[in-house]
Design a protein around this ligand. Structure first.
Ligand SMILES: Cc1cc2nc3c(=O)[nH]c(=O)nc-3n(C[C@H](O)[C@H](O)[C@H](O)COP(=O)(O)O)c2cc1C
Length: 170
């Protein structure tokens, strides 16, 4: 499978460690993985102008780093949303990238999705989980799984091994 991972963290720390473990496991199982560090990109929120659904023919009127993400999202068989929790939800950078999916709407090839969440405290996932469930219901993608890591777990060998195993068995 071709897997596109969107990493919504602006840092290369906890979420990046989870993503690296995912990539290791997925590649060991023969999958092709592309990681897009959207947390470090400049992607604005959707303007709701509908240009993409008219004259734009699937392309956004705003020219920014979204143009680096769109081809990978269009071409993948699976999409993985990886993000730290910022104020009980995904990062603003990740939310902006998700909103810009609007120009494609339903991913043309992808059949599966997964989510990797990193947080400081436990029990802070209701927001992203609700959004993820809505996204799955809307797109018809199958949930491959959600893995969360809290505090010390973020870079623990046990958690990284769990993620590697998860990615090997997609
Ligand atoms: C702006 C900001 C907001 C945060 N909000 C939360 C929060 O609401 N709940 C929580 O458990 N952790 C929160 N955290 C902690 C991060 O989710 C946690 O440190 C995470 O592992 C960071 O991942 P990263 O190293 O990939 O950036 C916040 C951190 C920052 C910088």
């Amino acid at each position: 499978m071709k897997i596109t991972v969107l990493n919504g963290s602006p840092r290369k720390e906890n979420t990046a460690a989870m993503v690296a473990a995912f990539v290791e496991g997925a590649e060991a199982a023969g999958h092709q993985v592309e990681v897009l560090h959207v947390g470090k990109m400049k992607i604005a929120g959707c303007l709701g102008c509908e240009y993409c659904h008219g004259k734009g023919e699937g392309q956004c009127v705003q020219k920014d780093d979204w143009q680096k993400v769109q081809p990978a999202y269009e071409d993948c068989d699976m999409v993985v949303f990886a993000s730290p929790i910022y104020y009980f939800t995904l990062t603003a950078q990740m939310q902006a990238a998700i909103q810009r999916i609007y120009c494609i709407d339903h991913p043309p090839k992808a059949t599966k999705a997964a989510m990797l969440l990193s947080s400081g405290s436990p029990g802070v996932y209701d927001g992203p989980m609700g959004q993820y469930r809505g996204y799955l219901a809307y797109t018809g993608l199958e949930d491959a799984g959600v893995i969360t890591a809290v505090g010390e777990e973020n870079k623990s060998e046990a958690k990284l091994a769990e993620i590697r195993e998860f990615a090997k068995n997609l």
